[in-house]
Each structure stands twice: as structure tokens, then as C-alpha cells.
Ligand binder design. Structure first.
Ligand SMILES: [Zn+2]
Length: 262
């Protein structure tokens, strides 16, 4: 499926996104942000950016997660239906640990596609949550669901802002920036751009992430907990912090316009 499927159906999307108020110089104030992390599978948002959510919760901001699928296909010892029930319970426990609201998409693991219908569903969810900041998957991934999520979310942020798009909730133009998570499966071309200090929040991240059996170990050969804790140390080291979580942004969001050199 071509990567531009949604964009072709929504003319001038790229141009319109380029004028969204991404990365404002002034920044948002604590207590005024709503950070929404959108992952393809329950667990993606928590393991990659749970520490950022914990930090913003501690700063007095609202935090929320949208899991587009439960990721119910990842347990060789259980049926997708049974593991899906477990993943939902784990997601609710993780959200409670982070103090986050949580929403679930209607799609099945492995079947997420960047259709206009999906963009419309996510746009209405964005209108419901009213985020100031959206975090989702980077554009390239080992997992097709992750790539689809990236394209769906980019399209949905724009759709949510359009008066002409009708859904159950009024339009939302308050997204100040879209950020991409540092995910081991989404590494191709990912270059850390923003570093968020999570030194005080790593314990809260660990408590939330280990709500999931796949993070605690035994289900996947990938050592999730060790990897993301070590990654936070690596990102922190180059950022001059004990622990940090890095995010990428679109190329156009890196543009800075100045009256003179800083
Ligand atoms: Zn995933």
C-alpha cells in the first residue's frame, strides 16, 4: 500500500500541515497541556513515551493514550481473543499507573490500514481528547501497523482541525505539535531531535510499563524493560541528564525563522 494513500485523498494535506503551529518558540505552560500518545498496539505508547507522560502528569498536565489495536496477536500461548482481554486489562492498569485517560481503537492487530475511514475515526478521538501535543510512531517501521498509525495520525490531526469535517465532536485546532516516539521497531531514519528529561519519572514509567506481561519478560525474546531503560540512559547521557526520552519531528517542524542569529 502506498505511503501517500491518505494524503492523496486529502489534497494539500502536506501544505496545510506545514502551516500548523508546530514547536512554538514560547512553549506551553505547565498545567495547560494535554499530551496524547497514540500507539498502534497497547503497550507501544507506554514503553516508548510513558516516562514523558508521567513527567507531564507530575507537572499538572492532562495525559491520555489511544491504543489503535490491542496488539492481541503477540502471544503464542493464547488465542487473540484471550490475550486481547489480558492486554486491555494491562492497558487499563498502565493508564491508571500513569494517571492517564485511555481510549481503544476498533482495529485488530495486524489489520491497521491508513484509510480515510481510520483517519476520520482518529480525528474524532482527537476532537474528544483535545490534545495540545500528540506523540505517535515515526514514519518508517518494521511493523506495518506502526507505519499505518503514523500516516493515520498525521492525517487525523489536520482533519480534526477542519470546520468542514463533521463528526460527533466540534473541531479542535489546539494541537501545537506532533512528535514521534523513539521505538526500537521504528528506527529507520529516526534521528533524536528533542530530549525530555525524565530522571524523576523513570520509576513511574517502570511501574506502568510492567503492567504488561510482554514487558516483564517471557513472551518476547526482546528485552523491553532493559532496552528502554538503557535507551533512556543513553539519551540522557548526550543530553546532560541522568535519563531522557528523545522524540523526532517532521523536517518542516525544524524550520526556525529568526530576526538575527541566536
Ligand atoms: Zn507495536
Amino acid at each position: 500500500m502506498p505511503r501517500t494513500r491518505v494524503r492523496k485523498r486529502l489534497p494539500a494535506l502536506a501544505a496545510a500541515l506545514a502551516v500548523l503551529p508546530v514547536l512554538p518558540a514560547a512553549g506551553a505552560r505547565a498545567g495547560e497541556r494535554t499530551v496524547l500518545a497514540i500507539g498502534a498496539h497497547a503497550g507501544d505508547a507506554e514503553v516508548t513515551t510513558g516516562a514523558i507522560l508521567a513527567r507531564h502528569k507530575r507537572l499538572g498536565d492532562r495525559v491520555a493514550m489511544l491504543h489503535l489495536t490491542l496488539g492481541e496477536g503477540g502471544n503464542p500461548k493464547m488465542s487473540p481473543a484471550a490475550y486481547g482481554e489480558q492486554k486491555r486489562r494491562e492497558a487499563l492498569a498502565a493508564a491508571q499507573a500513569l494517571g492517564a485517560d485511555v481510549l481503544f481503537g476498533p482495529w485488530k492487530d495486524g489489520e491497521l490500514r491508513d484509510t480515510e475511514e481510520a483517519a476520520r475515526w482518529v480525528a474524532d478521538a482527537i476532537r474528544q481528547v483535545k490534545p495540545t501535543h500528540v506523540i505517535t510512531h515515526w514514519q518508517a517501521s518494521l511493523h506495518p501497523d506502526h507505519e499505518a498509525a503514523h500516516r493515520i495520525v498525521d492525517a487525523a490531526v489536520l482533519l480534526a482541525s477542519l470546520e468542514g469535517f463533521e463528526s460527533a465532536h466540534p473541531r479542535h485546532r489546539g494541537v501545537r505539535g506532533v512528535y514521534y516516539a523513539d521505538n526500537w521497531e521504528d528506527a529507520e531514519g529516526f534521528s533524536p531531535y528533542l530530549y525530555v528529561d525524565v530522571t524523576e519519572d523513570l520509576a513511574a514509567w517502570r511501574a506502568a510499563a510492567t503492567s504488561y506481561e510482554f514487558v516483564r519478560g517471557g513472551l518476547s525474546p526482546f528485552p523491553y524493560l532493559e532496552y528502554y531503560e538503557a535507551l533512556a540512559r543513553v539519551r540522557g547521557a548526550v543530553a546532560g541528564k541522568r535519563f531522557a526520552v528523545a522524540l523526532e519531528v517532521d523536517a518542516f517542524a525544524k524550520r526556525r525563522v529568526l530576526d538575527a542569529l541566536p
